[in-house]
Design a protein around this ligand. Structure first.
Ligand SMILES: *[C@@H]1O[C@H](CO)[C@@H](O)[C@H](O)[C@H]1NC(C)=O
Length: 211
């Protein structure tokens, strides 16, 4: 077949388009390589112009390059689609919202990670650490002491308080008197005894005189 003459200019792109679209194998009786019924208007005008290498084949009708779609080929096409609200920037390239990553924004990423067995999970479109029962905090960094830590103690591991000086016990609830309280007195805060009736003194060592 001849590509000479005035028709060649039209036929060359037609041939190319036919190959691209696979129109020829679409059940047409025409010989392969010749597009039939495919109107390609060289004078066609597309407004807005076809973007991303798209070709204007009819008035306001674009033939888009691979990976683009939309009336003027303005949208990139990501396959698989961008997940979790990601935006398709260019073919196969997603821009992910905060908290998501991976090629298709399919991976949840928690800022700072999830510690102590916590799991990063999407909750209502937001990446969040789901902590195990003994831990809390945005990255599961805080241990939980169900018994509480009193008297200025801090929970340093599940169920374990670190107590300030002068206090002991699982919840830092036991005061320490470096010298024990005498005569049934009770250590009620660091180095402070509460004495039984008729006793007094720092260690309850003195018997009060009866009147
Ligand atoms: C395409 O648009 C141009 C300009 O508006 C017009 O002159 C032409 O006739 C149109 N072509 C077709 C096939 O409608």
């Amino acid at each position: 077949m001849g590509f000479s003459g005035p028709g060649s200019v039209v036929l060359a792109p037609l041939f190319l388009l036919a190959l691209l679209t696979g129109l020829c194998s679409g059940g047409s009786d025409a010989p392969r390589g010749v597009a039939v019924g495919f109107v390609f208007d060289l004078k066609a005008q597309c407004d807005p112009p076809c973007a991303h290498g798209g070709v204007c084949i009819r008035n306001n009708s674009c033939f888009c390059s691979k990976g683009y779609e939309g009336e003027s080929c303005q949208y990139a096409n990501c396959s698989p689609k961008c997940k979790n609200g990601g935006e398709c920037l260019r073919p196969g390239k997603c821009r992910c919202p905060p908290g998501f990553g991976g090629r298709f924004c399919h991976k949840v990423t928690c800022d700072g990670g999830c510690w102590n067995g916590g799991e990063c999970t999407a909750v209502n479109g937001e990446a969040k650490c789901i902590c195990t029962s003994s831990w809390t905090g945005s990255t599961c960094q805080h241990a939980i002491c169900p018994q509480g830590c009193r008297n200025g103690g801090t929970c340093v591991a599940p169920g374990t308080c670190s107590c300030p000086e002068g206090w002991l016990g699982g919840a830092c609830h036991t005061a320490v008197c470096s010298r024990s309280c005498l005569n049934g007195g009770k250590c009620i805060s660091p180095n402070k005894c509460r004495c039984r009736p008729s006793f007094s003194g720092p260690r309850c060592e003195e018997r009060e005189k009866s009147h």
